[in-house]
Design a protein around this ligand. Structure first.
Ligand code: SF4
Ligand code: SF4
Length: 170
């Protein structure tokens, strides 16, 4: 059973323990080296694969898509500082920081945007994936630039045509 201390007992305990608080914000707060704070996305490294968005439990990271652009939006107000995004990023573009002083009177300060241009399909001209992702795939895999610059729909249509031709004996 929990026993409530009498005021005089509290004074004794407090004097034994000594000071356990700091005069924050006038003094540096006690932040341990493994403390997890807000994340940052290094736009120069990000390829726009979306892995961090899929891994984010509270949807603090979102993909905003248009035919020309793909944007990764980070809303720190929803972030639970779990750093799953740090773990899944294939190019180490997400950096975990120890930042926790995030209060602001400007709502736009709570958002961060990483903007990517879409790759254009060399067959139909439609936007797909991101330019950075196409570069990454051609650099890191055996896929040639020729095929990497084709959108999934055109690639699929070509394969189906090839199968149909073969079945038709053409
Ligand atoms: S730290 Fe966690 S909650 Fe915050 S953006 Fe990354 S995955 Fe989402
Ligand atoms: S996982 Fe990394 S590379 Fe992929 S979109 Fe997120 S930050 Fe960019």
């Amino acid at each position: 059973m929990v026993r409530v201390l009498k005021p005089v007992e509290l004074i004794v305990v407090a004097s034994e323990k000594g000071r356990v608080t700091v005069k924050y914000p006038y003094q540096e707060p006690l932040v341990t080296s493994d403390f997890r704070g807000a994340i940052r996305i290094d736009a120069s490294k990000c390829i726009g694969c979306g892995a961090c968005v899929k891994a984010c439990p509270p949807n603090a990271l979102e993909l905003l898509e248009s035919p020309e652009r793909l944007v990764i939006r980070y809303f720190v107000g929803r972030c639970i500082f779990c750093w799953r995004c740090v773990d899944v990023c294939p190019v180490k573009a997400v950096v975990g920081t120890r930042e926790f002083e995030l209060a602001t009177d400007r709502v736009e300060d709570l958002f961060n945007y990483t903007v990517h241009r879409r790759a254009e399909c060399r067959e139909c001209g439609s936007g797909f994936a991101t330019r950075r992702m196409v570069e990454y795939v051609t650099e890191k895999s055996a896929v040639s630039e020729y095929y990497a610059n084709e959108c999934p729909e055109c690639r699929k249509a070509k394969i189906l045509n090839a199968v149909a031709r073969r079945r038709g004996g053409v």
